[in-house]
Design a binder for this molecule. Structure first.
Ligand code: KG4
Ligand code: ZN
Length: 339
């Protein structure tokens, strides 16, 4: 080991995935995720069950992350954790574990905002030579809880252009999937069904917001009304049309995202664009992003799918840059459910 190597262990427990990652000098050595399947049968995440599962998972997940990275506790330079936003009980499990470990090893503790993790996903490196965006870049975060468009000038200088005024993009996927009687989370199920459907089969109105803000709740309502009216005529309507319904609702959600990105690019002319958050795993969205980049001759940093949904690698990556700047948390730090 070179004396100056920086090893950071990061823990992410904001929702229903228990994840731990180890980063060495900015390069990810391991990223372990234990997904809590137990929520599937409830059609959504049950907060109390999530915290209890985190408590069970956290030690084996951290242990596996260290083993996979071949890094010992003594080699760690800092311990990082997701500070929020998220489920408070779940956040507390990760934060408390990180505090205990940092205290026992007498090393710095680093708090990382979950949204910043998604925002800087394109900075996750698996190799030293992996390319990362240059500042400033345009960033679109599309997760289950947030939709945010921003100009990122530096790690500690983010100008938010717009956010959702109601539902998040991932929430729109999840709610529409629920209306169709599909499982949770709905995004990946719609993604899969849509591959066999016609995106032009059904038409849904798009919000007409003349700013960088987003809105998805009207779309969900018009989807609900369509299903309600058609099911009245034919009980099996959803079953017979699920692929076309999935493809059409997916196209509308993605159209809204791409139109906002286009507006942001036209307004700022910033040539570097990144996306993050679970919806950035959507295969149709990824194809549309590639087209968008080509059409505007800009450079797209599209993170691999495994880093778009919740993971500790993104927390470790931000923690590394915070470590370099000496941005540490103290042991009194309290996680937050909202910003
Ligand atoms: O970032 P994430 O894992 O957790 C939050 O921070 O919310 O995002 C989860 C969201 C869910 O709404 C899920 O349905 C959506 O991301 N999602 C997808 C896909 N994979 C996950 N949405 C569309 N297509 C996908 N392939
Ligand atoms: Zn997330």
């Amino acid at each position: 080991m070179i004396a100056n190597d920086i090893h950071i262990l990061a823990i992410e427990t904001s929702c229903d995935d228990t994840s731990a990652a180890v980063v060495k000098n900015g390069v990810i050595l391991s990223n372990i995720i234990a997904t809590q399947e137990l929520h599937n049968k409830y059609g959504g995440v049950v907060p109390e069950l999530a915290s209890r599962a985190h408590q069970i998972n956290i030690v084996p997940v951290v242990d596996e992350a260290l083993k996979k990275a071949s890094v010992s506790l003594e080699q760690l330079s800092a311990v990082a954790f997701t500070a929020g936003p998220g489920l408070i009980g779940s956040l507390l499990v990760g934060a408390t574990f990180a505090k205990g470990l940092a205290l026992s090893l007498n090393i710095p503790l680093i708090d990382v905002d979950h949204l910043e993790g998604h925002l800087f996903t394109a900075f996750i490196k698996e190799n030293d030579f992996d390319q990362v965006p240059s500042f400033p870049f345009l960033s679109l975060t599309v997760s289950g809880g947030h939709t945010q468009l921003a100009v990122v000038n530096d790690f500690d200088n983010v100008e938010v252009l717009g956010k959702t005024i109601d539902d998040a993009a991932g929430e729109a996927f999840d709610k529409c999937a629920k209306l169709m009687g599909l499982g949770y989370p709905g995004g990946p199920i719609i993604d899969l069904l849509a591959k066999k459907g016609n995106p032009l089969a059904f038409h849904f109105p798009k919000p007409n917001i003349k700013s960088f803000d987003f809105s998805f709740s009207g779309l969900k309502t018009s989807f609900l009304y369509l299903l309600r009216d058609k099911v009245k005529e034919d009980n099996d309507f959803i079953l017979k049309n699920k692929e076309d319904l999935a493809a059409s609702i997916q196209k509308t959600i993605i159209d809204i995202l791409i139109e906002k990105l286009q507006y942001a690019y036209d307004s700022t002319k910033i040539k570097f664009v990144t996306v993050g958050g679970g919806v950035a795993a959507n295969s149709y969205f990824r194809d549309r992003l590639v087209d968008f980049a080509k059409k505007n001759d800009l450079k797209l940093f599209l993170p691999s799918k495994k880093y778009t949904t919740d993971n500790a690698a993104m927390i470790a990556t931000v923690a590394f840059y915070k470590y370099l700047k000496g941005y540490y948390a103290d042991l009194n730090f309290t996680p937050y459910s909202h910003k």
